[in-house]
Design a protein around this ligand. Structure first.
Ligand SMILES: [Zn+2]
Length: 234
């Protein structure tokens, strides 16, 4: 994997406001003087290798079958943060080696490698990494992480699915993260602590319209939790 070419392509797309480009567009940007002997094949290799994680296709160039590429929203956001942080510095001085996993070469959207097949990925198998912005409070709860939504148009099945995930998932956080205490307060999966904390959370939702669904959901948690053995985790 040619990480310097990967990096150049990411920067071109980012600095062009993530306008979708064909491989030929990229080639023109990368090698305007045609003296770098970068081939379309080289570019395609990078694009397809990182398709879905770093790059995505978004239709074809009008009137042709040539795919248009741009950055995934995660990558675009990552670049935004990077550029804001580094705006005071010369972009050339950014140490790009830190951005890629030393083992698998994947772009690290967070501070660690998220590739599920990479030995550098610190998240244990079966665990869910809790991002640093899940700190409790409105719109930032653990339930949100599992897609819980109780507003208009929410279905009981969807809410119950999210709740079950929240009850039974191993939560992992980057050691020393700011939300460590919040996440740890949810205890082990299928524990009494987890049950109590999720009920507390629902009780705290200060939205009277959704009272019915909230009561239903609390009942659902109690029903599920009664099937857990008396936990040895707590
Ligand atoms: Zn890796």
């Amino acid at each position: 994997m040619d990480t310097s070419l990967l990096w150049e392509i990411i920067e071109i797309l980012y600095l062009n406001e993530n306008e979708p480009m064909t491989v030929l567009d990229l080639k023109r940007e990368l090698d305007p003087g045609r003296d770098r002997s970068i081939t379309k094949r080289d570019i395609n290799r990078v694009l397809y290798y990182k398709r879905g994680t770093v790059f995505q296709t978004c239709g074809n160039s009008p009137g042709t079958s040539k795919p248009l590429w741009n950055l995934t929203s995660e990558t675009y956001h990552f670049m935004d943060v990077l550029y804001q942080e580094k705006s005071a510095f010369d972009p050339e001085s950014v140490d790009k080696t830190e951005l890629f996993c030393v083992s698998c070469g994947d772009l690290k959207i967070t501070s660690y490698c998220e590739n599920p097949n990479c030995k550098e990925n610190p998240v244990p198998i079966g665990a869910t990494a809790v991002p640093g912005d899940i700190t409790g409070g409105e719109g930032k709860s653990i339930l949100k992480l599992f897609g819980y939504y109780a507003g208009q148009g929410s279905s009981k099945e969807e809410r119950e699915f999210a709740i079950q995930e929240a009850l039974e998932t191993i939560l992992w956080i980057l050691p020393g993260a700011k939300n460590e205490d919040y996440v740890k307060s949810f205890g082990e999966p299928k524990s009494k602590t987890r049950c109590h904390r999720l009920i507390e959370l629902l009780q705290g939702f200060n939205v009277p319209n959704y009272l019915n669904s909230r009561e239903e959901d609390i009942e659902y948690i109690m029903k599920i939790c009664s099937t857990y053995e008396d936990s040895t985790h707590d």
